[in-house]
Design a protein around this ligand. Structure first.
Ligand code: HEM
Length: 118
């Protein structure tokens, strides 16, 4: 076979292979791009300091626990944390057992997270 024909075939094969490779749909990235957390100031949190509008800061995270107050096993005591950094009272429950909340409570509060303290 003529050398030019062979080179031609090789070039065509390479072009087809490259085209095939480029046409493959790109892998969707498995890791979702993390969205930056919404930041709230202490004074902004302080405006939500009542039983019908209750934001609590715990360990630098801001939670809106308004909808949880009615089902809180510790009753209205949770309202003491509304509008403030409630980390200490959450961890120590000075008005109750004096002990930290359970792992269950820690898991439960996650659904009320709305952002972070700036
Ligand atoms: C910072 C404000 C809060 C205060 C002052 C508070 C206080 C209390 C108190 C006094 C009790 C009764 C048991 C005891 O006397 O120790 C209790 C129980 C409980 N609280 Fe809270 N609480 C707060 C926030 C929360 C939040 C944000 C959650 C979850 C979303 C939660 C979930 C629970 C649960 C599940 C119990 C049952 C016992 C346990 O699992 O530890 N509390 N809390």
């Amino acid at each position: 076979m003529n050398t030019k024909v062979i080179v031609g075939i090789v070039v065509v094969v390479v072009i087809v292979a490259v085209a095939f490779f480029l046409m493959q749909p790109s892998e969707p990235s498995r890791e979702p791009t993390p969205t930056p957390a919404v930041k709230y100031s202490l004074s902004e949190v302080a405006q939500h300091d009542s039983a019908d509008d209750c934001w609590v800061i715990m360990e630098g995270v801001v939670y809106d626990v308004t909808d949880y107050i009615a089902s809180h096993p510790g009753g209205e005591s949770i309202v003491e944390g509304c509008g403030i950094d409630g980390t200490f009272i959450y961890d120590n429950r000075p008005m109750g057992s004096g002990s930290p909340h359970s792992d269950n409570a820690r898991a439960l509060r996650e659904q009320y997270k709305i952002g972070e303290l700036e």
